[in-house]
Write a protein that binds this ligand. Structure first.
Ligand code: SAH
Ligand code: SF4
Length: 385
């Protein structure tokens, strides 16, 4: 199988071009087409000589995600459902800037991306794990979620106009300046457990982070994990300053065991040590994600151990009212109960946020679109793409 161009580093591309006796600047031209101009076909790379385009096409694949469905309106959360080459479905979610959460005040959009088809970790509240785990995403399938959204954004999010030819025929073929990009914040919180696809995740994030690639700063990339302790430690040793979010959801082993099977393998004490190491090595505040589920983890007694852990890890707490999942018994607490829980954390000196706007529920939105559409598409009355 040919390597996809969206999984190839600048160094490797240069080496390949040098081996063909091509000038060094050709690598920059190819990368510019892929990462800045949104080329979806070698034929669009009109400043490359035709024989070189042909050679590139024979050597590298350039398979792009197929958009199946798009939901949401301008300036609100927008969900994208993609079909992969093997017909598996994955999703990405684009949300307008919410400076308090994962980025800085200047940020405009955050894209939530998936890393696996399904999830093997089977958290009791989560839609992503309901149908089990199918496979890891390939490097280019992770990278292209960001590139495909940029391509669509440039076509005004019109599904038909985003077809390669229409996009290329548009008068604005000048590469957009980095500050006109739509996605400048990434959260790896879509379907799947990112740290269970470690190598592909890291390779993809490096391509999206590279100045010649996606150009998204490492500090604007947040990886969310359900708590894979060895991989958190491994990530702590990487040179990049990626942000870490730990999906905690319970501040005692009793509560966490009930919700997350992974806690039996890596209980809270081990997870806290790994979080501590990450925080110390990066010098960055980590985030503890805490879904509030009525009658399960929202009692005020839970706030004390949660606050203690947050303070130990110098972490902020992100409270997320549970988003009901069809077929699962869990519910979100009443608003007053959510506010009380938040106040209890704040009273203990913890920095905490409570997700109030429904449309901005990125964590919650992730993982729920594919399941629904997957079942609809599997039904006889199939919707045309
Ligand atoms: N597997 C990783 C990343 C994907 S899940 C992880 O677990 O961290 C991203 C976040 O969405 C997690 O914090 C997860 O617990 C949360 N989530 C999943 N289902 C949810 C739901 N129904 N409502 C609210 N948050 C949910
Ligand atoms: Fe997997 Fe994360 Fe969902 Fe747990 S919360 S099942 S780890 S995607």
């Amino acid at each position: 199988m040919k390597a996809d161009i969206k999984s190839v580093s600048e160094t490797d591309l240069r080496a390949q071009l040098a081996a063909w006796g091509e000038s060094a600047y050709r690598a920059a031209q190819v990368l510019d087409w892929i990462y800045r101009r949104g080329a979806t076909d070698w034929e669009q790379m009109t400043n490359l000589p035709r024989p070189l385009r042909e050679k590139l096409g024979q050597t590298f694949a350039h398979q792009v995600l197929e958009l199946v469905r798009q939901q949401g309106a301008r300036d609100t959360t927008r969900k994208f459902l993609w079909r992969l080459a093997d017909h598996a479905l994955i999703e990405s979610v684009l949300i307008p800037a919410n400076p308090a959460l994962y980025g800085d005040a200047s940020d405009r959009h955050t894209l939530c991306i998936s890393t696996q088809v399904g999830c093997a970790y089977g958290c009791k509240f989560c839609a992503s794990g309901l149908d089990g785990w199918k496979r890891n995403l390939r490097v280019e399938e992770i990278v292209d979620q960001a590139l495909a959204v940029e391509r669509l954004a440039r076509a005004g999010f019109r599904m038909t106009d985003a077809a390669p030819d229409a996009a290329m025929a548009a008068p604005a073929t000048r590469p957009p300046a980095p500050d006109t990009r739509t996605v400048n914040n990434l959260v790896v919180m879509g379907m799947g457990e990112p740290l269970a696809n470690y190598d592909n995740l890291l390779a993809a994030l490096r391509l999206l982070n590279a100045p010649w690639g996606g150009g998204i700063g490492a500090r604007k990339i947040t990886i969310s994990t359900s708590g894979l302790v060895p991989e958190i430690r491994r990530l702590a040793a990487e040179p990049e300053q990626f942000r870490l979010a730990i999906s905690l959801h319970g501040a005692t082993d009793a509560v966490r065991n009930r919700l997350m099977p992974v806690n039996r393998k890596y209980p809270l004490a081990a997870l806290a040590d790994a979080g501590d190491e990450y925080q110390r090595r990066k010098g960055r505040m980590i985030t503890l994600e805490y879904i509030l589920i009525a009658g399960v983890n929202d009692a005020l007694e839970e706030a004390a151990p949660l606050a203690a852990l947050a303070r130990r890890l110098h972490a902020k707490v992100n409270l997320i009212p549970y988003n009901a999942v069809e077929g699962l018994p869990w519910e979100r607490p009443a608003e007053a109960a959510q506010e009380r829980f938040l106040a209890a954390l704040e009273a203990r000196g913890v920095t905490a946020t409570l997700r109030r706007e429904k449309g901005h529920d990125i964590d919650a939105a992730c993982g729920q679109l594919r399941l629904k559409t997957g079942r609809e598409l599997a039904a006889p009355a199939e919707r045309p793409a």
